[in-house]
Ligand binder design. Structure first.
Ligand code: ADP
Ligand code: MG
Length: 271
């Protein structure tokens, strides 16, 4: 195998959790923005037909002439589907409603689970991006399987609520399934606790349980529940641009530094 330093250093992370409303899209947008802010070259791939990440980054539907749908149908190379955002260093492959039809349209097509992975090949060789974040839909469908097959690792946002751990069991089963067939090298990049409320003892208890279960896979940084974070998408802005000083922005910046630091360490150990 090639020495690590010769491999293109693009890290593809599938932001996944089959539960809806746990902070996947919020994390994809704001971790993506924060990574760009600390000097990484980031591509966000919106793989949810709802297109919330695209809207939240200020790319309105009428500007989504080319979307991930065209990439998955093999009609457009990924490099041509990427558009710039207001933030230098952060590009986006938008999603639109068509994406919901991909599962049916691909039917039993050859390599239907490898569509995204195949599309990434040119990008990996180009060295254009250092991080790719794929915002997955809230289900374990063909889009999520494509994301996990294309990814180096899964990045898991976890809301601090009562059934958080139960929900993870299903996700881990899917990761095992993908590892067993489509992508044997798939790792868990890390788990980030979202919407943490320090006045609520349940948040603290869940955090403790998750840490005892997943150990150091859980980031030290927790993302607090913060109203600025939930307001920002309606202005088509990442929270870091909407209000850099708020607790949510500062937490995502801290998370970005932790992610980059851990990734450097992982590479050092792997080498
Ligand atoms: P998912 O993509 O997993 O469905 P979202 O990222 O869309 O979840 O988040 C679900 C809802 O929670 C959204 O309305 C979002 O604005 C809100 N939200 C996410 N993170 C936070 C946070 N840290 N503080 C406050 N609200 C949040
Ligand atoms: Mg979402």
């Amino acid at each position: 195998s090639l020495p690590t330093q010769d491999l293109p250093a693009m890290r593809v992370l599938a932001v996944a959790n089959q539960k809806g409303g746990v902070g996947k899209t919020t994390t994809a947008i704001n971790l993506g923005t924060a990574l760009a802010a600390v000097g990484e070259r980031v591509l966000l791939v919106d793989a949810d037909p709802q297109g919330n990440a695209s809207t939240g980054l200020g790319v309105p539907r009428q500007n989504r002439k080319v979307s991930l749908y065209d990439v998955m149908m093999g009609e457009t190379p990924l490099t041509e589907a990427a558009v710039r955002t207001a933030l230098p260093g952060l590009d986006l492959v938008p999603a639109d409603g068509d994406l919901a039809g991909v599962e049916l349209e691909l039917g039993q097509a050859a390599r239907r689970s490898y569509r995204l992975r195949d599309a990434f090949e040119v990008l990996r060789a180009s060295g254009k991006y250092s991080y790719v974040l794929i915002d997955c839909p809230p289900s374990l469908n063909l889009l999520t399987v494509n994301a996990m097959t294309a990814a180096d690792a899964v990045f898991v946002p976890l809301q601090c609520e009562f059934f958080a751990l139960e929900g993870l069991t299903q996700l881990m089963r899917t990761v095992e399934m993908v590892r067993g067939s489509l992508n044997p090298r798939l790792e868990i990049q890390g788990v980030v606790l979202t919407m943490y409320d320090r006045r609520n003892s349940l948040s603290e208890q869940v955090a403790k349980d998750v840490r005892s279960h997943f150990g150091d896979k859980v980031y030290e940084t927790v993302i607090p529940r913060n109203v600025r974070v939930s307001e920002a998408p309606s202005f088509g802005k990442p929270v870091l641009i909407y209000d850099l000083k708020c607790a949510g922005s500062q937490a995502y910046l801290k998370l970005a530094r932790e992610v980059v630091g851990r990734e450097r360490e992982r590479r050092r150990v792997a080498a």
